[in-house]
Design a protein around this ligand. Structure first.
Ligand code: HXC
Length: 257
């Protein structure tokens, strides 16, 4: 697929998808949504890729869904276009996706970052859900993911009072994994993702699946998922190799099998 609104790049075993609509602060129009997921799904299938990054520009990760594109839409049009459902494709990605966020991550931009597995934020990152200021509410998971991540009160403040969180606050409240200087923030995210990409691929996938189960099921069901994934990994060559390498005091050589 030829992309018009994202740029892709591979560094080592890390696949990078860069949101690239600078004229609109990387607002997600339908094309951008389709392209970012297409690019992520292609990296997800690529054996040479171990982890992925989604990033924007230094000034804006993304300023939300494209307001101009949906301003006149009827509910029927929104539903039939699957405006929000299209964002669920992120849930099908099996490898780890890191959001490298600098500048504005607003509305759908914040929600997109929250849908990723981890966030590396530059010191200039600002997270917010300003939909209320344009007469709507978050639609791509913001109310649910934020409430699970940072609790009800702060979520209410973000969603109702349009409170924006700085990078330092995002780190403090558990939204961001790392805060790094603006200069070189993408390099820092790549180093972070390289570390992830160096892990046993199937174990990484099973770990992501098990952690996500904690947000979607009861404790009993989540524990079942964890146990099943744990046992299943004993069928992999990588488990044999990992444990053998430990005993032989050497580095494991992962095969992803
Ligand atoms: C369409 C947008 C946009 C958006 C910015 N632009 N955000 N266009 N949709 N979400 C455009 C502006 O219209 C402008 O175009 C250009 O990008 C530069 O933006 P400025 O506002 O001039 O820049 P600045 O003054 O630096 O302010 C940056 C900003 C502000 C704080 C990010 O643009 C802003 O508040 N944007 C809207 C944020 C928002 O409300 N997001 C929620 C959207 S709803 P022109 O042509 O004038 O140069 C949502 C729901 C998701 O996300 C549900 C899932 C489907």
């Amino acid at each position: 697929m030829e992309y018009t609104s994202v740029l892709t790049e591979v560094r080592g075993r890390v696949g990078i998808v860069k949101l690239n609509r600078p004229q609109a602060m990387n607002a997600f129009n339908m094309t951008l949504v389709a392209e970012v997921f297409d690019a992520l799904e292609a990296f997800d299938k690529d054996e040479n890729i171990g982890a992925m990054i989604v990033t924007g520009s230094e000034k804006a990760f993304a300023a939300g869904a494209d307001i101009k594109e949906m301003a006149e839409a009827s509910p029927f049009e929104m539903i039939s276009q699957g405006r929000v459902e299209k964002w669920d494709r992120i849930r099908g990605i099996k490898k780890i996706v890191v959001a490298a966020v600098s500048g504005w991550a607003l509305g759908g931009g914040c929600e997109f970052a929250l849908s990723c597995d981890m966030i590396v934020a530059s010191e200039s990152a600002k997270f917010g859900q300003p939909e209320i200021t344009i007469g709507v509410i978050p639609g791509a998971g913001g109310t649910q993911r934020l409430a699970r991540l940072i609790g009800k009160n702060l979520t209410m403040e973000m969603v109702i009072n349009n409170r924006t969180l700085t990078a330092a606050e995002a780190l403090q409240f558990g939204i961001a994994n790392r805060v790094v200087p603006v200069e070189g923030y993408l390099d820092a995210a790549v180093a972070f993702a390289e570390e992830i990409a160096s892990r046993a691929p199937l174990a990484t996938r099973m770990a992501k699946d098990a952690v996500n189960a904690a947000f979607e099921t009861t404790l009993t069901e989540g524990l079942k998922t964890e146990k099943r994934n744990f046992y299943m990994l004993f069928s992999t060559e990588d488990q044999k190799e990992g444990m053998k390498a430990f005993i032989e005091k050497r580095k494991p050589n992962w095969k992803g099998k």
